[in-house]
Design a protein around this ligand. Sequence first.
Ligand SMILES: Nc1nc2c(ncn2[C@@H]2O[C@H](COP(=O)(O)OP(=O)(O)OP(=O)(O)O)[C@@H](O)[C@H]2O)c(=O)[nH]1
Ligand SMILES: [Mg+2]
Length: 399
Amino acid sequence: MSTSYRIGLVGKPSVGKSSFFNAATMNDVPEGAYPFTTIDPSVGEAFVRVDCAAPEFDEECTPSVGYCDRGTRFVPTKLVDVAGLIPGAHEGNGLGNQFLTDLNETDVLVHVVDFSGTTDAEGEPTESYDPRDDIAFLEEELDQWYLGILEKGIERYASGYTTEDDAIEEELAEQMSAFKTTEDEIKRLIRRVDIGFDPDEWDETDELELAREIRTATKPLMIAANKMDTPAAQENFEEIANDPDYDHLTIVPCSAHAEKALKSADKAGVVDYRPGDADFEITGDVSAGQKEGLEQIRGFLTEYGATGVQAALETALFDVLGVTPVFPGGANGLGNEHGEVLPDCYLIPPNSTAEAFAYSLHSDIGAGFLHAIDCRTNRQLGKDYEVESRDVIEVITTN
Ligand SMILES: Nc1nc2c(ncn2[C@@H]2O[C@H](COP(=O)(O)OP(=O)(O)OP(=O)(O)O)[C@@H](O)[C@H]2O)c(=O)[nH]1
Ligand SMILES: [Mg+2]
């Protein structure tokens, strides 16, 4: 069993969250140039790319989930498309708090921003809207959401409802359990904000700062600059990507439309396109108009290296969250008893040890852990070895 990660797509209405979702998952949820096209969240299967390890062993892999295309493994992960949020959502504006609840289960967020500037703060059509305003508002909105929950925890604590020897971090960890945080983490974050452990001493700024720390720790976020197929978006991107004020953010340029068009054309047998690639081949009969459209997309790929949809998902999971892909293997040949070769590529939490990896395979394997073997070098690995990206590992157990 490997950990199942969920990537959440967030942003104001009409930025292209559902279009991105459809492009990534080949689903068909409604897309529309009007706010709140999406009301109920959708969960779909997307893929992240990992260089397959099998060719290094002169083998061909047989994936049990996902697929492998010319040496690139496409490993499934969950993608969640939620309703748009507008300023004041935490106070009930727009669809209010519902979408926030839908985000609870996500591990990392892709903030989809309309870089073309053709939608206002509410997602209504406009011109020359500054994408910087979107970047700022979303984080503020999420912070307010966290603050509201944090305040409830502080109130509970102050009311003396909890038992005497409860520490504030215990109360807050319980209050914020939906965000998968722990007492230790809350303690560490309170220390980092440096406000002491007596909530009576905290003012509003302290509380907001703590809420923000907890939010960034439990819902890390990156930005997908969408609608990059338009000149206005390209201009905005040029400016913002070169603005030192935005250096702390990861911004991936993308075109949900281009990705969807290429995948659909591939499915129709008109082009050969591997998701995330910088180029494609026209393999079928196309009309002059289709050819022109495809060549336009090719121009985009040449300029930006890819459509950006794959890149955004992989940046979120591998760079922002630090998830490690690892192949369970065998030191004496990669195949298992069923003749499957490297059937799995697991996504495990950052900084996992060999022992933690063994536990993620099965609790019995973790409990019986003797040592692990690096299948590339046949080197023995101890339980504290920190698993690295694309390691091929066999676990040796007592049983
Ligand atoms: N040019 C361009 N337009 C896009 C792109 N992606 C989405 N759009 C358009 O943007 C509009 C909104 O798209 P949706 O995917 O419905 O946006 P959303 O963020 O899901 O909107 P809500 O569900 O209302 O929150 C539609 O008219 C899309 O065709 C893109 O990559 N390029
Ligand atoms: Mg939508």
